[in-house]
Design a binder for this molecule. Structure first.
Ligand code: NDP
Ligand code: 13P
Length: 331
C-alpha cells in the first residue's frame, strides 16, 4: 500500500519505519525542512537511529497528498484543524484518515474524529481510525514489543488498519469499535501524566504516583462516560495502558513538562526549553472547560489548570487537593 504521513516528528517518522517493515511505501510530509533532510539522510529526526532506505520525506504538501488515499495524521492536535482545511482543498478522492495524535480541542471540546468530520467534505471522507495505545516512539523505533488499538466505528476498516500496522516481530494491534472511549483515553491520559510528573518534580514518591494514576483513571472514566464512550475502554490499552506508560516514564514529554512545573518553572520556561509536542497542557485546558460546562468533578485536572494558567503555587495546589471533604472511593 501507499501511505502518506502528515507530520514527520518523533511518532510520524517512527510509524514510517513500522510501515516500511511491513512492506508498504510511505511518504512523510513535515513543515520543518530540518526533519525532512534528516529523514532523507536516513536519520531519525529525534533518535539516534538509522532509518530504512524506503522511509522518504518531502516538503511538498501536494506531493504527499497525491501519493495515496491513506493519510496518517501525526501533527500536534493544535495543528490538526488547519492541516485538515489544507488537505480538504487538495484531496480529490475518497480517503482514509488514520489519526495518531492525542488531544481534545479546548473550547470546542471536539475529538479529532469530530474535527475531521467538520473539515473534510463528506464525499472525500472514506473512513476514520484512531491508532492509539501505550507506545513511546523511543521504543517502537527500536522495534521493542508494543500493543496498539485501531479504533473505528467502521469495524471492517479497523480490521484493515490492524493488518496494515501489525508486525509479528514486535507490534500487535487490536481493534475497538469504541472510538469515543479510545480517543478520550488517549487524550486525557496526557493531562494526568503532566500531574504525575509534577509530583515527581515536587520530590514525591511512588505512593503519590500510584495515587495519581489510580485517581487519574477515575477522571478519565468520568470524561469517557460524559462524552458517550464505554467505561470499560478506560481499563484497556487506550486508557489505563497508555496512562501507565506516560505517567511513569521519563521518556514522556508530558511527564517531563509536569516535572518542570513541580520544580517551579513557568509554562513559558517549559515551552522555551521543550520544543517537542506537549499535548497534556492543552488537554488540561480543554478538560477544565468541560468540567465547568458539564459540572463534571475533575479535581486533579482543575488544580493543575489553576497551577498552570492562574499562577497557583504547586504546593498550595497539592494542599487544596488534600484538604477537600473526605469521601468514599467512588468513580
Ligand atoms: N512521540 C510519541 O511517542 C508519541 C506521540 N503521539 C502523538 O503524536 C502526535 C505527534 O507527536 P510527535 O511526533 O511526538 O511530536 P513532534 O513534536 O515530535 O512532531 C510533530 C511534527 O509535526 C510538525 N508539524 C506541526 N505543524 C505541522 C503542519 N501544519 N504540517 C505538517 N507538520 C506539522 C512539527 O513541526 P514543528 O516542530 O515545526 O511544529 C513536528 O515536526 C502528538 O499528538 C502525540 O501526542 C502518539 C503516540 C506516541
Ligand atoms: O502518547 C505517548 C505514549 O503512548 C507519548 O507520550 P508523550 O507525548 O508524553 O511522550
Amino acid at each position: 500500500m501507499h501511505i502518506s504521513i502528515i507530520g514527520g516528528g518523533a511518532w510520524g517518522t517512527t510509524l514510517g519505519q513500522v510501515l516500511v517493515d511491513n512492506g508498504h511505501q510511505v511518504l512523510i510530509y513535515d513543515v520543518k525542512q530540518e526533519n525532512i533532510d534528516k529523514i532523507n539522510q536516513k536519520k531519525h529526526p529525534f533518535f539516534d537511529t538509522i532509518l530504512p532506505d524506503e522511509v522518504v520525506a518531502t516538503n511538498s504538501f501536494d506531493e504527499a497528498i497525491n501519493f495515496s488515499t491513506y493519510y496518517i495524521l501525526s501533527v500536534p492536535t493544535k495543528a490538526i484543524r488547519s492541516v485538515l482545511k489544507q488537505m480538504n482543498e487538495k484531496i480529490s478522492k475518497p480517503s482514509v484518515f488514520i489519526n495518531v495524535s492525542k488531544g481534545i480541542e479546548p473550547h470546542s471540546l471536539k475529538r479529532v474524529s469530530e474535527i475531521v468530520e467538520e473539515e473534510i467534505d463528506h464525499e472525500k471522507l472514506a473512513g476514520f481510525v484512531a491508532l492509539t495505545g501505550p507506545s513511546h516512539a523511543e521504543e517502537v523505533i527500536l522495534r521493542h514489543l508494543t500493543l496498539l488499538v485501531a479504533a473505528s466505528t467502521n469495524n471492517e476498516l479497523a480490521i484493515d488498519i490492524q493488518h496494515v500496522f501489525s508486525n509479528e516481530q514486535y507490534l500487535r494491534v487490536y481493534t475497538s469499535n469504541d472510538l469515543i472511549g479510545s480517543e478520550v483515553g488517549g487524550a486525557v491520559k496526557n493531562a494526568i501524566a503532566v500531574i504525575s510528573g509534577t509530583c515527581t518534580g515536587l520530590g514525591l514518591g511512588e505512593n503519590a504516583r500510584a495515587a495519581v494514576i489510580t485517581r487519574g483513571i477515575v477522571e478519565i472514566v468520568r470524561v469517557v462516560e460524559l462524552m458517550g464512550g464505554n467505561k470499560e475502554t478506560a481499563f484497556g490499552l487506550t486508557g489505563i495502558g497508555d496512562l501507565i506508560v506516560t505517567a511513569s516514564s521519563e521518556h514522556s514529554r508530558n511527564f517531563q513538562a509536569g516535572k518542570k512545573l513541580g520544580l517551579g518553572q513557568s509554562l513559558d520556561q517549559i515551552y522555551a526549553e521543550q520544543k517537542q509536542t506537549i499535548e497534556g497542557i492543552r488537554t488540561i485546558e480543554a478538560m477544565h472547560d468541560l468540567s465547568i460546562k458539564y459540572h463534571v468533578d475533575l479535581p486533579m485536572i482543575n488544580i493543575a489548570f489553576d497551577i498552570i494558567f492562574n499562577g497557583l503555587p504547586v504546593k498550595e495546589g497539592l494542599q487544596k487537593l488534600l484538604s477537600r471533604d473526605l469521601k468514599s472511593e467512588d468513580f
